[in-house]
Design a protein around this ligand. Structure first.
Ligand SMILES: C[S@@+](CC[C@H](N)C(=O)[O-])C[C@H]1O[C@@H](n2cnc3c(N)ncnc32)[C@H](O)[C@@H]1O
Length: 247
């Protein structure tokens, strides 16, 4: 089922911003450097792209299927193009980028073979960097899902391709020097503010749960938070994957 980003776009940045640590980590892992020609696939509101541009001078463009997400990105003066990367070739010539990023996107792309071969085509001597979640991380590193929304684990394991599968697809597309690294995605403070974010279904997984299951989880989470003597903190981790063309 596709996710409707029309209303998510209004609060996306508030709820899903990238920490400085994560942006630095993506830049370091991908070897992103001043002056590179960069493409962010599934750029959404330009969360990552705008922070990378704050850090260094890049010739950056983003593509995304959602007009409402792109409208927010345009508001940050990002250059963006609307395209469905699951069903179309990327609207760029061969060998024109030094770096491509795609963060929290590949689980929404039905035809990853096409996307990866297109990324390979439009890269020069450069790298593709993905940020996603492994099946182990989905099962073990999201304590709120595990405890209050156990059905969410199956939802995400069904839609997130597991890391070995992704790596194999990258090799098939022509990439080499494949690397992966677990990374701190976000620190989560389980408090009233967090509860409001969950109620607003700030992560698309919540939108894919049956409504009754979602409401039951919210009620249990609410009671849990009410009974906490102080807000509890936890972390959520993701996986960075790197593949290189040439080099
Ligand atoms: C969870 S958001 C991630 C946005 C951004 N990369 C970030 O890290 O904040 C997923 C994004 O993928 C985009 N997307 C989903 N399917 C797509 C497709 N077929 N082609 C291009 N973008 C797509 C959505 O519109 C959405 O903006």
């Amino acid at each position: 089922m596709g996710i409707d980003y029309a209303d998510i776009s209004q609060t996306y940045d508030e709820h899903r911003s990238f920490s400085k640590h994560l942006v630095d980590k993506v830049a370091e892992f991908g070897g992103i450097q001043e002056g590179m020609k960069a493409l962010d696939v599934g750029c959404g509101t330009g969360n990552l792209a705008s922070q990378l541009l704050d850090m260094m001078n890049l010739d950056m463009i983003g593509v995304d299927i959602s007009l409402s997400m792109l409208e927010v990105a345009r508001g940050k003066s990002l250059e963006v193009i609307c395209t469905d990367a699951a069903n179309n070739r990327l609207p760029f010539c061969d060998s024109c980028f030094d770096i491509i990023t795609a963060t929290y996107v590949i689980h929404q792309i039905s035809n990853l073979e096409l996307l990866f071969s297109e990324c390979y085509r439009v890269l020069r001597d450069g790298a593709l960097v993905l940020l996603t979640s492994s099946h182990e991380q989905i099962e073990n590193e999201h304590p709120v899902f595990k405890r209050f929304f156990p059905g969410a684990i199956d939802v995400d394991k069904a839609r997130f391709p597991d890391i070995p599968v992704i790596c194999e697809m990258l090799v098939t597309a022509g990439f080499h020097d494949i690397r992966q690294e677990s990374v701190l995605g976000a620190s989560i403070l389980i408090d009233d503010e967090y509860l409001q974010k969950v109620k607003g279904k700030y992560v698309s997984t919540y939108r894919l749960l049956p409504q009754r299951e979602f409401e039951r989880g919210v009620a249990e989470l609410e009671t849990y938070i009410k009974n906490l003597s102080q807000p509890e903190s936890t972390v959520w981790r993701g996986t960075l994957i790197y593949g290189r063309k040439k080099g």
